[in-house]
Design a protein around this ligand. Structure first.
Ligand SMILES: Cc1cc2nc3c(=O)[nH]c(=O)nc-3n(C[C@H](O)[C@H](O)[C@H](O)COP(=O)(O)OP(=O)(O)OC[C@H]3O[C@@H](n4cnc5c(N)ncnc54)[C@H](O)[C@@H]3O)c2cc1C
Length: 382
């Protein structure tokens, strides 16, 4: 069951949401179990999404997007995650890359990359994390030293979604070691660049179709592939992650809604002691808590998306939405599995997959601990 829609959506938003929801139900959901089982990258699913314009949903019309509001984007990401979480994760990793070009790049770079990324002719990846720098990316070791024709990029990035498959990767590297996070710059690295290699995909607990790679760079990069001015990379990354955190929260809503719907269906048909499970107050209270947590997560996500749409600062709201939605969704999926008893534990039903897919939501794009740190920093510095 799809959740009711927030108010204030335009006709364009509503039409896009209907198209995305239909595709998610008819095309993505039936394939989600096999994507997980085979750990197969959802290329065909991304192609189907590209055909309806969903690969550019985060972009304005000028750069090939459909001109959706941030609220509509959030509802669409939720629907895609409800259909197939691995597909949603690969898609939102692509959004991180195109957001970085949109936010940090100049018009020449935007024109070169974004229209092709919007049609799915180019897949993107966003490479910030390193083996020794995850929660605190300012500790990164990757360097980009100036050469006569541009930069020499040297270093390793870790856990990069889409990394080994992408046509372009936004890579963050230190250009001025003395300047701390203000010495970090972003670079566009295109597929086929000499000196770039990718590992095999990591074997992950969940989101098994959303492949992550270790990437090594020993590459010469043209000066025109610097994204924005030197030293602006960290600021760009943080702005991109504000958007990304709302998208992670939206994914959590989609998966948690599916888990709650499954639990509601189950309690009505599962007979125990001569009555449906739904008749027991202990179960009713579980359902009430699940629905309340999901509603609270939804409102926080809508609040962050609304502030994003208004062009206001929304770092704190994005962190609150991501923190709460990721933790609530994990609890909701866990209780939904509990309500299914042993049937929830077997792989014939998707409950255990939802739990595995949700586990990373508390870790990537800033762990729950990092979100709490950001929220506290805003409170203290207000
Ligand atoms: C499936 C997957 C996809 C990913 N996709 C991408 C991607 O596309 N691009 C990208 O750049 N990265 C990506 N990542 C990396 C991800 O963002 C990092 O794993 C995450 O930021 C955590 O970093 P870490 O793994 O190095 O953990 P660490 O930073 O080593 O953290 C370990 C633990 O310490 C806690 N911790 C850290 N600092 C503090 C503190 N100050 N106070 C209290 N606790 C703290 C953390 O919360 C965590 O629990 C992905 C990771 C995975 C697993």
């Amino acid at each position: 069951m799809s959740a009711s829609l927030p108010s204030g959506l335009s006709d364009t938003d509503l039409a896009a949401i209907e198209t995305v929801r239909r595709l998610a139900e008819k095309t993505l959901a039936p394939l989600a179990a096999s994507v997980d089982e085979n750990a197969s990258f959802p290329s065909d699913q991304l192609r189907s999404l590209a055909e309806i314009g969903a690969l550019g949903m985060n972009l304005p019309e000028q750069w090939g997007g459909p001109g959706l509001s941030a609220l509509a984007l959030s509802v669409c990401v939720e629907a895609i995650a409800a259909g197939c979480a691995s597909t949603a994760s690969a898609l939102t990793a692509h959004f991180l890359a195109t957001d970085a070009v949109l936010i940090g790049g100049d018009d020449r770079m935007r024109a070169r990359i974004l229209p092709k990324a919007a049609t799915g002719d180019m897949l993107g990846a966003f490479a910030l994390t390193e083996p020794r720098a995850g929660s605190n990316p300012a500790d990164m070791r990757c360097t980009a030293l100036k050469t006569t024709s541009g930069y020499h990029l040297s270093g390793v990035k870790h856990f990069i979604s889409n990394g080994g498959l992408a046509d372009f990767i936004i890579v963050f590297a230190v250009t001025d070691p003395a300047a701390g996070h203000k010495g970090i710059s972003a670079f566009l690295v295109e597929k086929g660049t000499l000196g770039f290699t990718a590992s095999q995909p990591e074997k992950t607990m969940g989101l098994r179709g959303g492949h992550v790679f270790e990437l090594s760079f020993e590459c010469d990069i043209a000066a025109e592939n610097l994204v924005g001015p030197e030293g602006s990379g960290f600021r760009t990354a943080m702005k991109v992650l504000d958007n990304g955190r709302v998208e992670v929260a939206s994914m959590c809503l989609g998966i948690a809604q599916v888990a709650l719907d499954a639990a509601l269906g189950w309690v009505k048909q599962r007979m125990i002691g001569g009555q449906p499970l739904a008749g027991y107050q202990g179960i009713q209270w579980m359902l009430a808590d699940m629905a309340t947590q999901l509603r609270a997560a939804r409102l926080l996500t809508e609040d962050a998306a609304a502030k994003r749409a208004q062009g206001m600062r929304f770092s704190q709201e994005a962190s609150m939405a991501k923190l709460f939605a990721a933790e609530a969704a994990g609890r909701i999926a866990d209780v939904a599995l509990q309500i299914h008893g042993g049937y929830g534990f077997v792989r014939d039903l998707p409950l255990e997959r939802h739990m595995r897919d949700l586990r990373i939501m508390r870790i990537y794009e800033g762990s729950s601990e990092v979100q709490r740190t950001i929220i506290a920093r805003h409170l203290i510095n207000q």
